[in-house]
Structures are given as C-alpha cells and as structure tokens.
Write a protein that binds this ligand. Sequence first.
Ligand SMILES: Cc1cc2nc3c(=O)[nH]c(=O)nc-3n(C[C@H](O)[C@H](O)[C@H](O)COP(=O)(O)OP(=O)(O)OC[C@H]3O[C@@H](n4cnc5c(N)ncnc54)[C@H](O)[C@@H]3O)c2cc1C
Length: 434
Amino acid sequence: MARHVYGSGVAWDFSTDPEFDRKLAWMREFVREEIYPLETLQLDHATFLRIAAPLMETVREHGLWAAHLGPELGGQGYGQVKLGLMHEILGGCEFAPPIFGNQAPDSGNSEILAIAATPEQRQRWLEPLLAGEIYSAFSMTEQGTGADPTQFTTSAVLDGDEWVINGTKWFVSNVDRSHFHVLMAVTDPEAHRHERASMIIVPSDTPGIELRPISSMNDPDEMPSLHTQAEVTYTDVRVPRESLLGERGGAFALAQQRLGPGRIHHCMRWMGVCRRAFDALCERAVSKSLHGSRLADKQTVQNWVADSAAAVEAARLLTLQAAWKIDREGAEAARKEIAMIKYHGATVMHDVVDRALQIHGSFGYSTDLPLEHMYRWARAARIYDGPDEVHKVTVARSVLRGYEPRDVPSEHVPTRRAAALEKYGDLLDASALR
Ligand SMILES: Cc1cc2nc3c(=O)[nH]c(=O)nc-3n(C[C@H](O)[C@H](O)[C@H](O)COP(=O)(O)OP(=O)(O)OC[C@H]3O[C@@H](n4cnc5c(N)ncnc54)[C@H](O)[C@@H]3O)c2cc1C
C-alpha cells in the first residue's frame, strides 16, 4: 500500500520558557506602541534611520538585536521556533525587522557570511553589517529564469588574480542603498548543473555596475524608504580572487542554507500580517450594518471569519512544525515542510488580506487603510523566494516518492474481498456471504 507519513510520530512541543515569553510580550508592546506609528509617516530612508536609531538601541539593550545569529556574532543563537515566534510579531509591521536587525536581504546575507566568510570577509562585511552600519543586496535572479537557477548565465571568469563578472541580474532588493552584493555567478560552466555557480562578494562601488530601478505593484513613490528593486548590469566588473564566498561551485548549496530558515521567517511574518488583517476584518464585521443587519450577522462574513481563523491557525502550526524540524534535524531534512509552508502560508495571507479588504469595500482599497498595501505584499509573497509552483513540485515529488505503481488499486474492493475470504473464510458461514 502506498504511504504518506503525516508528522513524525514524536510529540510536538512549541512551548517556550517564561523568560522568552516575557521577551515576546515586551516585543508585542514595543512594536505596537513605538514602531506601528512610523507606518503613517512618509519617511525616506535617511529619516527612517535617524528615527530608528534610538529604537534600535533599545532593542540591543533587550538583547534582541540580530537574534537570528549565534552569540559569537552578537545574536542570541535562538533556534527557529523561537525566531519564528519573534518574526510573527515583527511581521505585522514592515518597519519592525530593520529595527530588530533582521531585515531581508541583510539577515539572510549575514547568515551566509556567518557560514562561509573568511576571517577577512567577516571583518570587512559581516561585522559592520551586523552593527547596522552597512547594507547588502542578494543578487541572484535573472529575468524569466528565477524559478530555475540552473539557467543563469551571469559569469565570473578568473583573469590572473581577479574575477571578471559580466551579466544582468533582475529584481535585486534594496541594491540602491547596499554597500555590497552577494552575487551568484557561473564560474564553472562545464560542471554539474548544481555546481556551476559560486557566490562572490562585490562591493557596490566597483566600476562597471549599473542599476536600473524597477517600479512594481509596491509603488516605490509611495514607500520610498524600505523596499526598492533594481536590475543590475555587471560589465567587466573586476574583484579580487579572494572575493569568492565559500567554495567554488558551492552557490546552490549555500543558497539553500540561506533560503530554508529564511522561509520560516517569511512565513511567520506573514502570520503577523494575517493577524492584523484578521483583526481589521472582525472589527469591521461587528462595527458596520448594511441591509438591516451587522456584517457580522451575515453568513458570508461568518464564513470568512471562521475560514480565516482556521487557516491562520493551521498555517501557523505548520510553520512552527517546520521550524521545530529544522531545529531538530536541520534545514535539509525539513525541505518538504519548508516548501509546504512557503506556498501555503503565502496563500493564506493572500486570502485573509483579500477578505479584510473586501469587507471594507472601497475604504479597504484606499490608502486610508493599510490593507491595500498588505494585499500588494501578499501578492509578491507568492513569487519571491521561489514561486508557489516550484515549491509545490518539491512537495509533490517528496510525497509521491512514498508511492509505488500498482496495476490494480490497493483499495480495489473485489481484490480485497478475495484476500479477506482467504483470511477468514474458514470462520464464515457460506450462507452469510452474499
Ligand atoms: C518583492 C520581490 C523581491 C525580490 N527580491 C529579490 C532579491 O533581492 N534578489 C534576487 O535575486 N531576486 C529577488 N526577487 C526575485 C525572485 O526571487 C524571483 O521573482 C523568483 O525566484 C521567481 O523567478 P522569476 O520572477 O524569474 O519567475 P520565472 O522563473 O520567470 O517563473 C515565472 C512563472 O513560471 C511558473 N513556473 C516556474 N517554474 C514552474 C514549474 N516547475 N512548474 C509550474 N510552473 C512553473 C510560475 O508560475 C512562475 O511564477 C524578488 C522578487 C520579488 C517579487
């Protein structure tokens, strides 16, 4: 019989110690009272940093700065479950992650650097990145092939003691303010398709780099401070041989180490967005009457509330379970769970935000409420860090590996009946058989 194993048979325990619970309670209050208000101001990046500086200091005093990294790098060494619970709080507000020192792509890049950087690279890039003194970009996607990185063509060729880089990357976040790029480039075109590319650190001011800003659904005119994207063209860009990050040909393996836990953080942030949107949905439902009754008394709205509550809870638990598995067995062992939460969490966020927006009608569509902004981010979540379809392929392949082809279905009743007769026939009256 074919099998798909649900769970691992071990009790899951996502409870946290009282001291950490107190930290979470403090974070909830701090993010709501001190950081949410920043959303309503149209801050450019420099002004945001000025206002954020004392808030960042408070976060450091509470020992919560860059908590995704180990104590040797100034973090807390929290496992993924604890980090997930933190990200659920931070995710409710886009301004919170940078104030806690774990803004993408810097947080993921610092993880890569922590794993693979040489002592010199650590000193030059990782330390100031963690101190919040510099910013970074993750330059990987090429237009139209992001879902299949084996097709990337941006190349880095050794010329004496220098890598010479040529190619174009697409949709690189925050590159306009970054001090360096973590670039994925083909260094060994003849190698196995997963060993052709390497990671290379490229300082942003290296000659030959050109940026073209890209507008998107997340209108940069409206959110000037936090998220920008650009196309990046590298023309004969030269960096020293020592700029290689990790092993030559090791970009895929390194990217996986970065993206796995990063997806847990994304998903838990989305749960934070869901909670805000869900609160808005419920508040509106009990506040507004149309056609003779409160929206809360209409069955469609009740369905939205019930479906959203169950979906968010389920997505949250699925995400925490994936985090728990990473903590116990590592990111590679949790590949299927990570892929599952990526598309499931993004879809839940999309649906909950959509309902919250819908119940507010044109009010929800307007910028007088944050729902339209959440909606745009929810749409992007189904694409970045790998589109839904690719993660579904990963899950389906993993699940289907547990099944064997059969000429006759395992559940075929006549076949099973013959087997049952074989087993119990001696005990049965012929007259009892029809
Ligand atoms: C907000 C945002 C921020 C981003 N930031 C960064 C960044 O900082 N650095 C960076 O390098 N990239 C970044 N990206 C790019 C992101 O990683 C890519 O968009 C993503 O990997 C998908 O690649 P693509 O857009 O080239 O889609 P494509 O590869 O062109 O795929 C297009 C579509 O094809 C379909 N498809 C693909 N494969 C399959 C399959 N196996 N089965 C069925 N259908 C399939 C899917 O519907 C998919 O959406 C960002 C993207 C967004 C939206």
